[in-house]
Design a protein around this ligand. Structure first.
Ligand SMILES: [Zn+2]
Length: 209
């Protein structure tokens, strides 16, 4: 079975938890749930509906405002932003608009912004998104096609440090999470999209440039 990120055919069984398998790529160390254990789209949507990721949820908005603060540090005059995987209520884009940014929302699951790839963006944000994507290579191709050459790719996802007990790690408990990146996987991501890490907190936030 090929690695979802780098395509390497050498992947090994890593764990089996709650009736689904996890495999690890021997090249980029991505841990991923194989396609046959990925939830159907309608089941994913039902699961997402359990989260109150709406504009009315002040806790969720405050969390996203923290992300926006980090984006504000990116040294660009023009910030045309793509909110990739915006969710049903496009909350990050709504908050960005409120702060005066130009932001486009995209989420194929909810038929939002399906024509977004005809434009160019200075910043593309995947906020708690990449851990859900089944076809990462296709998504990265789309991202590279519309991210300006001097643009920034912002990713928020929990990195697995390889030390904590994987089976009890909270991040794998969500059945819609199917990709678990480590620092080595981020290094591979740099190669795949031909951009380098510009900033990371080594925990859950990465900006590539
Ligand atoms: Zn790999």
């Amino acid at each position: 079975m090929e690695c979802r990120l780098c395509g390497c055919p050498r992947t090994i069984h890593y764990a089996t938890e709650v009736n689904r398998e996890y495999r690890q790529c021997s090249q980029c160390h991505l841990i991923f749930v194989p396609d046959h254990h990925v939830l159907l789209l309608e089941d994913q949507i039902k699961r997402y509906a359990l989260h109150d990721n709406s504009y009315e949820n002040s806790d969720y908005c405050n969390y996203l405002k923290g992300v926006i603060k980090k984006i504000e540090r990116i040294p660009l005059l023009n910030k045309r932003i793509l909110d990739f995987g915006c969710g049903y209520d496009s909350v990050l884009t709504k908050l960005l608009h409120k702060e005066g940014f130009h932001s486009t929302a995209y989420d194929p699951l909810y038929n939002i912004g399906l024509d977004c790839f005809s434009q160019t963006y200075d910043i593309i944000i995947l906020c708690e998104v990449i851990e859900h994507i089944q076809d990462i290579q296709k998504a990265l191709t789309c991202i590279n096609s519309c991210l300006a050459s001097e643009g920034y790719l912002v990713i928020q996802t929990e990195l697995y440090n390889g030390l904590d007990d994987f089976s009890s790690w909270w991040y794998i408990q969500d059945p819609t999470h199917i990709n678990f990146f480590s620092k080595q996987s981020i290094t591979m991501l740099e190669d795949v999209i031909s951009r380098s890490v510009w900033h990371t907190n080594d925990s859950n936030f990465i900006i590539l440039h």
